[in-house]
Write a protein that binds this ligand. Structure first.
Ligand code: F6R
Length: 367
């Protein structure tokens, strides 16, 4: 039930401190400085010898996969490809018994993902499922897996399932890095603590930013288009922010890597266009600040997600949404929260049925 919340989507956004904790529980152990993932242990040999990892998913789960790619590439020094299941299943991909396929799916019933996995399994690949719904078709076809433990997600637009997927991907990347010996003891310890701190930081965002995000939503609810830009780990968050807005508010929105803006989208910028920058403090920060200046120079309306205490962007933006400081590797778990809230409140302001957006189904079991 919705309890005190007006919609399931809002309830599920608010559940995230708990659902992220649930994804980490029994797996992340700070005292022992260790990660336990029994599903991963069962294919540890395959993973140690894997020539590459292929991540297969659709929609929001595909966005989680993009972040998984960056994580595994950086921490495990392993080749990763991320595929839309619908493309992968039809284009005669090269699959070998040395491939490990990570399938990401909230419902575990997405038809394209399921068939892509069946094909890869037939060709000898090892399938690892990152699935929310226990006992679902994708969970059953996988050789091994790790459930996301987000609980039932009723809102059609995925929120808590996404952050749970990110939490599990972080655990997988860290554990695999440990197995492969590709991470320093210092960074391993730091990232375990960073991950452990995420739920409290999500709580902070929910306690301190909502009223402010509501006013931002009122200010931009009539915009016709939005652009979302981010770099590095925040690039997939820009894609996810844009997808949430499209689904919930029916406003056209596009996500792009911030630097790609010059290769086309900048032509759209005028005084009507809100441009949402995911501009948290990370090694690319200076670059994104200069992208923000370029939008300003063309009179676009800049809205930015920034790190608490960082004032660099404040004067360049019409509005900022603040998230707590965090290591860039766990930062996407925080920066997505204001974007979920922004999409939600814009949808509500426009009087839409945010839990059941038109034309969408919770799980796409037909292709
Ligand atoms: C977006 C959304 C969809 C799903 C996609 C994959 O909010 O919900 O894009 O992410 O249909 O669904 P699963 O994860 O169930 O395979």
């Amino acid at each position: 039930e919705k309890g005190n919340f007006e919609h399931f989507m809002l309830k599920e956004i608010h559940e995230q401190p708990q659902t992220i904790r649930d994804s980490l529980r029994g797996r992340l152990n700070i005292e022992q400085n260790s990660i336990t993932l029994s599903g991963l242990d069962s294919i540890a040999d395959k993973l140690r010898d894997a020539s590459r990892i292929v991540i297969v998913a659709c929609g929001t789960s595909w966005h989680a996969g993009l972040i998984g790619e960056y994580l595994i590439e950086e921490l495990c020094r392993l080749n990763v490809e991320v595929e839309y299941a619908s493309e992968y299943r039809y284009r005669n991909p090269i699959v070998s018994p040395n491939d490990v396929i990570l399938a990401i799916s909230q419902s575990g019933e997405t038809a394209d993902t399921l068939v892509a996995l069946e094909n890869a399994k037939q060709q000898g690949a090892t399938i690892f499922g990152i699935v929310n719904v226990v006992g679902s078709s994708i969970a059953r076809i996988a050789h091994a897996g790790a459930y996301t433990h987000a609980g039932p997600e009723i809102g059609v637009a995925s929120t808590k399932a996404f952050t749970a997927q990110l939490a599990v991907l972080q655990l997988i990347a860290l554990k695999l890095a440990e197995i492969r010996g590709s991470i320093s003891a210092g960074l391993f310890r730091t990232l375990l603590r960073e991950l452990d701190d995420v739920p409290a930081k999500v709580e902070w965002i929910l306690e301190n930013q909502i009223e402010h995000i509501k006013t931002i939503a009122r200010r931009y609810e009539d915009a016709r288009d939005f652009l979302y830009l981010g770099r590095g780990y925040n690039f997939p968050i820009a894609l996810e922010g844009a997808l949430k807005l499209k689904e919930i508010s029916y406003i056209h929105a596009e996500g792009y890597p911030a630097a790609e803006m010059k290769h086309g989208p900048i032509a759209l910028v005028d005084e009507q266009l809100p441009v949402v920058f995911v501009a948290t403090k990370d090694p690319y920060h200076e670059k994104i600040v200069s992208n923000i200046q370029e939008i300003n120079a063309r009179k676009g309306k800049v809205v930015a997600v920034v790190t608490e205490g960082d004032e660099t962007v404040t004067d360049l933006a019409e509005a900022v949404m603040v998230v707590p400081q965090a290591h860039e590797i766990v930062a996407p778990l925080l920066s997505v929260i204001p974007l979920q809230l922004l999409a939600y409140y814009i949808g509500v302001e426009r009087g839409l049925d945010v839990d059941k957006p038109r034309n969408l189904a919770k799980s796409v079991t037909v292709e």
